[in-house]
Ligand binder design. Structure first.
Ligand SMILES: *Cc1c(COP(=O)(O)O)cnc(C)c1O
Length: 368
């Protein structure tokens, strides 16, 4: 690997293969695997990640919004793509690009049938989402009969799958709640299937569900964060490899004398002679202001350098007083010992948020 010369997000596709294989080893061979590649595949690169997983024979993909699905189709992804949170304004595009909507309310169901019949569709695959306790998106259990009544009047759509989403699958203190969600889901699915003449795919598990609840994999699982190398627990993290490393370089070194300040609003004042490095990465790249003022840190020559002062839009400054380094040297923001999860914890955040915040301005570099 050549030396880093600008801020890059390095994406290790071998690590992605490893994570995929590990997660696959946790499910039955007949259980389908849906890869969640929403939000640029958790801040990495949805197209490269989806292409790689398509070659590894993943069964299908999910994105949050229609434009994310369109981008995958434009890039040549041919496997089914579930759109988790579509808006009616895009229903025509969904059909034109062979995307499959999650249908979560009667309003949305009726609107989709309307558009699909105008587009002269027959048996268009849709996915019915039930709310089993997250209280975010989805039909409540009582709606089963009304959905069935609507279905019986149309040939336009067919139910490809019935699914739900877990609220706390990573938290074993919430096991009772999670098992209750699973039981509710099972009851809903059984009532539903009794009244239609075919068997839709059933799925409820996200990554932590896959790892913690092998009895609830049903016919398919949906994994996002696990593919990207995090298992939401120390034990599970050991079996996975973070695919993304955020690296940058030292642009300039300053010696700040005692009493001098640094950065916007003079948020840092040196109480002794302090050596700082200015780095070409800021809040516009995804390192939020909450990481400033010694909350966040980077690694230079294997030593921790805390962020000093406020995070700027395009730069941060770090304290390198005790680090032997020079302008042009490589800096690790996360990757290796400091993972995105470790760094996110410094701000009471989670790997998901830090990863997905890495903006499109940061160049993606792939290791194959
Ligand atoms: C984001 C998302 C997932 C993926 O969850 P992970 O914890 O990243 O595995 C699965 N299902 C739904 C409905 C989601 O919104």
């Amino acid at each position: 690997m050549s030396k880093v010369q600008e801020t890059i997000l390095e994406i290790d596709l071998k690590a992605l293969s490893h994570n995929y294989k590990h997660l696959k080893s946790k499910i039955q061979p007949k259980t389908k695997f849906l890869a969640v590649v929403k939000a640029f595949a958790y801040g990495s690169d949805a197209i490269e990640v989806a292409k790689h997983l398509q070659n590894l024979d993943v069964d299908s993909f999910a994105v949050a919004y229609v434009n994310e699905g369109v981008a995958l189709r434009d890039a040549g992804i041919t496997k089914p793509i579930l759109v988790l949170h579509p808006q009616p304004i895009h229903f025509k595009t969904i059909i034109e690009r062979c995307l499959e909507p999650s249908i979560y309310s009667l309003k949305i169901l009726k609107e989709f049938i309307n558009v699909a019949s105008k587009e002269k569709q027959q048996k268009y695959p849709i996915h019915i989402k039930f709310n089993t306790g997250l209280n975010r998106l989805g039909f409540n259990a009582e709606k089963v009969d009304e959905i069935i009544t609507i279905l019986q009047k149309t040939e336009t759509i067919k139910i490809a799958s019935i699914f739900s989403h877990l609220a706390a699958s990573e938290d074993l203190n919430e096991k009772e709640f999670t098992l209750n969600q699973m039981n509710k889901f099972k009851a809903i699915a059984e009532r539903f299937i009794e009244q239609i003449s075919y068997q839709p795919v059933l799925h409820i598990c996200n990554t932590s569900g896959i790892l913690n609840y092998p009895e609830a994999h049903f016919n398919m699982v949906r994994s996002g964060i696990g593919l990207y190398g995090f298992g939401n627990s120390e034990k599970e993290n050991k079996n996975l490899l973070p695919i993304a490393s955020l690296k940058t370089i030292i642009s300039q070194i300053h010696i700040i004398k005692k009493g001098e300040s640094l950065g916007y609003n003079r948020a840092f004042t040196a109480n002794k002679t302090t050596k700082t490095a200015t780095l070409p990465i800021g809040h516009a790249d995804g390192i939020g202001r909450q990481y400033g003022n010694k909350i966040g840190f980077v690694t230079i020559n294997n030593k921790k350098a805390p962020i000093v002062g406020n995070v700027c839009m395009d730069m941060i400054m770090v304290d390198i007083t005790n680090i032997d380094c020079k302008e042009g040297d490589e800096v690790i923001v996360f990757g290796g010992i400091t993972t995105a999860e470790t760094l996110a914890k410094e701000t009471n955040s989670i790997s998901y948020e830090l990863l997905t915040a890495i903006s499109q301005r940061v160049k993606r570099v792939f290791r194959r």
